[in-house]
Design a protein around this ligand. Sequence first.
Ligand code: AMP
Length: 192
Amino acid sequence: MLNILLFGPPGSGKGTQSKRLIQHYNLNHLSTGDILRKEIAEQTPLGRIAQHYIDKGELVPDEVVISMIEELFEDKAIKGFVFDGFPRTVPQAKALDNMLLGRNKTICIMVVLEVDKEELIKRLLNRASIEGRKDDELHIIENRIKVYQNQTAPVLDYYLKQGKAFKVNGMQTEDEVFKDVCYNIDNFSKCL
Ligand code: AMP
């Protein structure tokens, strides 16, 4: 199984690059943000809990997110995942490692998309005008970046210590970023 963790702040291009990666390597896309937005659209009990946090740019509690993804590993036909927006805290990373370990699998590589704060804000405001996502309003964007720095950035150290994290300049063109991401996967993945 090729399990790729695509990591970076909101607006760093994880969604865009994930779509290309799943085609290139024939993998499944696992975006907790997409799953939560679907739950909200369907007005499920989980969606109602999630909306409360997403609207403020805060993280949905770990236990909610972890229990939500566990069942996705049961499909034996899946060749691997591109994890996009998960794990977002160290407890989530530890839970993911344990879930994979229990199935004799692992995270093969983490690729980190590095983008300046000014550029992130510019991209997210632009996305707001195209997609109309409610959490792409300026004050919520600023909170999401703060939450990333405080709660999510430590996940990078967690995987650096495992020797699995590799950084890519996310300020380049979409094609250049994709090329660099693939280069890292092809050369440094622990699973190939
Ligand atoms: P995203 O589409 O990945 O930017 O996620 C949008 C929002 O969904 C985030 O700002 C969080 O409120 C919530 N969310 C998505 N993934 C997670 C996660 N792994 N843990 C906690 N909250 C999450």
